[in-house]
Design a binder for this molecule. Structure first.
Ligand code: ADP
Ligand code: SR1
Ligand code: MG
Ligand code: MG
Ligand code: MG
Length: 419
């Protein structure tokens, strides 16, 4: 009976485990644990991640813990999140397999998956802190967003299948609850786990908590998050969920997947580019050193949106076959204009949602529970707080005035003005 219950692995027991999985052992090139090296490299907030290397190859084993790693066992979290992550990965793989790690094995009992060890890939956030540029990043992310969101929506899916899939992912309730609390609620009152750079950020954080306009704005975004089942989302698409080389981009860690508003994924990525942008002053070794790099970050946000919109438009024209905007109402009766108007209004809605979500995602990383290395790695607290205060100002603007920006250039313009 003991063999049939979950156990959290360590660097020794994970070796025993992988050699017992025939296909994985074959990939590693050995069935002997003492020929294997394993290390735990998880730097995320929730899970264990092991790199396991054998004589012929390496794999990554990602295992859910029964609690939130960042906080400890005082915050239990169900193991079933591994099941949602696996299901999200397999759906994304139908259209964007080349942007994901290859998937080798899933074990529901032990809440783990075995996947490709991405090497020499580095977490994008770390590269943005280092000031590195990636020429293909915007293209890869924009296409990934369009392909996964379009194909995960009522524009494409068979409606019965979509509703069945919504029911499956609706059970990812505890991870949705994390977002509902730590993103949309906790930063706006005196929640016990909130933190910020003290005392420098005390004023801005307290001001936020008594700012009625921003609280109304963020609650409208929470309402959008909980009620708009537009597409299967990644659900946690920050720059720590992207691994890059000079030529390749892979997206990992969709355990927060559920059917929600498309703008949530788009906005998450924007927010993290903007956080990286505001952190640049804190990484400079002399004044203005990172100014042109900051411009590259803003241009990347602009290109992500234009690539996304262009690919989405192509999919709208060529692959739209779901219940939304049926061709019977438009193309089939010769109304290309109606179809195009529908597309532009649809994308306008995604953009407006993305702006509000970007604001919420920025604010939560500055005064909520989980912060970002972009800011945390700025050693001098005065310098860090100066960057954080500007980012907070932009986040507030995005939440309060999200309907007024018009297009992505409105956002980069605001970022420049605030910095
Ligand atoms: P969490 O859900 O806890 O945030 P992640 O899936 O983000 O876990 O993984 C945590 C870290 O493990 C990543 O930041 C990355 O460094 C490493 N990692 C995860 N998956 C892979 C992979 N397939 N190949 C190489 N490294 C990986
Ligand atoms: C308590 S978990 C905090 C954050 O980590 C995850 O990566 C998500 O972003 C979540 O909001
Ligand atoms: Mg992660
Ligand atoms: Mg995760
Ligand atoms: Mg500067």
């Amino acid at each position: 009976a003991q063999d049939r219950s979950y156990r959290a692995f360590d660097v020794d027991s994970v070796k025993e485990y992988v050699v017992g999985q025939e296909e994985v052992a074959e990939r590693l090139g050995t069935a002997k644990p003492d020929e294997i090296r394993a290390r735990e490299v998880g730097d995320g907030n929730l899970n264990l991640v092991f790199i396991v290397e054998g004589p012929n190859g390496a794999v990554v084993v990602k295992q859910a813990l029964p609690y939130v790693r960042l906080v400890g066992d005082s915050w239990p979290l169900p193991l079933k999140r591994a099941y949602f992550e696996w299901n999200a990965l397999t759906r994304q793989a139908a259209h964007q397999a080349h942007r994901l790690p290859r998937l080798f094995h899933f074990d529901a009992l032990n809440a783990l998956m075995v996947m490709e060890y991405l090497a020499p890939h580095i977490i994008l956030r770390k590269e943005l802190i280092a000031g590195k540029r990636f020429g293909h990043l915007a293209e890869h992310i924009g296409v990934f967003l369009a392909e996964t969101l379009f194909h995960g929506s009522d524009l494409y899916l068979d409606t019965a299948k979509k509703k069945a899939d919504m029911a499956l992912f609706a059970d990812n309730v505890e991870l949705c609850a994390i977002t509902e609390n730590v993103v949309f609620t906790d930063p706006y009152f005196d929640a016990p786990l909130n933190r910020w750079t003290r005392p420098q950020m005390d004023g801005p954080a307290r001001a936020l908590q008594s700012d009625r306009a921003v609280k109304v704005g963020v609650q409208e975004m929470l309402c959008c998050f909980t009620t708009k089942s537009e597409a299967l989302l990644h659900g946690d698409l920050h720059t720590g969920s992207v691994m890059v080389t000079a030529t390749d981009t892979r997206i990992i860690d969709p355990e927060f997947a559920f059917y929600g508003p498309m703008g949530f994924d788009v906005g998450a990525f924007f927010a993290n580019l903007f956080l990286a942008y505001f952190a640049q002053d804190g990484h400079e070794s002399y004044p203005d050193e990172r100014d042109t790099y900051g411009e590259w970050l803003l241009e990347t946000a602009e290109s992500v949106w234009s690539v996304f919109a262009e690919r989405f438009a192509r999919l709208w024209r060529e692959e739209r076959r779901g219940i939304l905007y049926p061709r019977t109402l438009f193309e089939d009766v010769g109304d290309e204009t109606g179809s195009t108007v529908g597309l532009h209004r649809f994308l306008g809605g995604v953009f407006e949602d993305a702006v509000g979500f970007a604001g919420a995602k920025m604010v939560r990383r500055l005064v909520g529970l989980a912060h970002v290395e972009d800011m945390e790695s700025i050693g001098d607290p005065d310098r860090r707080a100066a960057c954080e205060a500007k980012a907070l100002l932009m986040g507030r603007e995005l939440l309060v005035n999200r309907t007024t920006f018009g297009d992505i250039y409105g956002l980069s313009c605001l970022a420049r003005a605030v910095r």
